[in-house]
Ligand binder design. Structure first.
Ligand SMILES: [Zn+2]
Length: 138
């Protein structure tokens, strides 16, 4: 029995060699597919069903595809597109974590985002970018 599964795994590995498999874009397509599936449980909407089918076929097509350079280019383009969004989410999340230690605001002169430690009373802030000073309650 153990042998059977080993052989099966080996066969699958051999079958997948030279194929794209999973990448970031693949995981993204699959995630969208599952999210839509989750929110459309029991729905009889044909359009939603069609979108799900297209997503699944797209995922499978990319997973088994042997045109590695094309798939890699798609994945790179996807990563380039989502990078600003990812960076924005990470930044907001980090800020939320540090909210109780730091106060965040924009420089009134050049709109650069600044932060000061909380609880220091009224302080004079000098913007590191435009070097202008202003008072701020911390
Ligand atoms: Zn400034």
């Amino acid at each position: 029995m153990k042998d059977f599964f080993y052989r099966l795994a080996y066969k699958f590995q051999a079958f997948m060699s030279g194929r794209n498999g999973n990448d970031a874009l693949g995981y993204f397509i699959l995630s969208v597919y599952f999210l839509i599936s989750l929110f459309s449980v029991g729905s009889q909407n044909n359009a939603v069903g069609l979108i799900r089918l297209v997503l699944l076929l797209l995922y499978l097509f990319r997973f088994f595809s042997k045109k590695l350079s094309s798939r890699r280019n798609e994945n790179q383009a996807f990563l380039r597109t989502v990078e600003p969004i990812r960076a924005w989410v990470v930044k907001k999340f980090r800020r939320l974590q540090k909210q109780k230690d730091y106060k965040y605001f924009k420089c009134p002169y050049c709109k650069t985002e600044l932060r000061v430690p909380r609880g220091k009373g009224n302080i004079t802030v000098t913007c590191p970018k435009c070097h202008k000073s202003f008072d701020k309650k911390s």
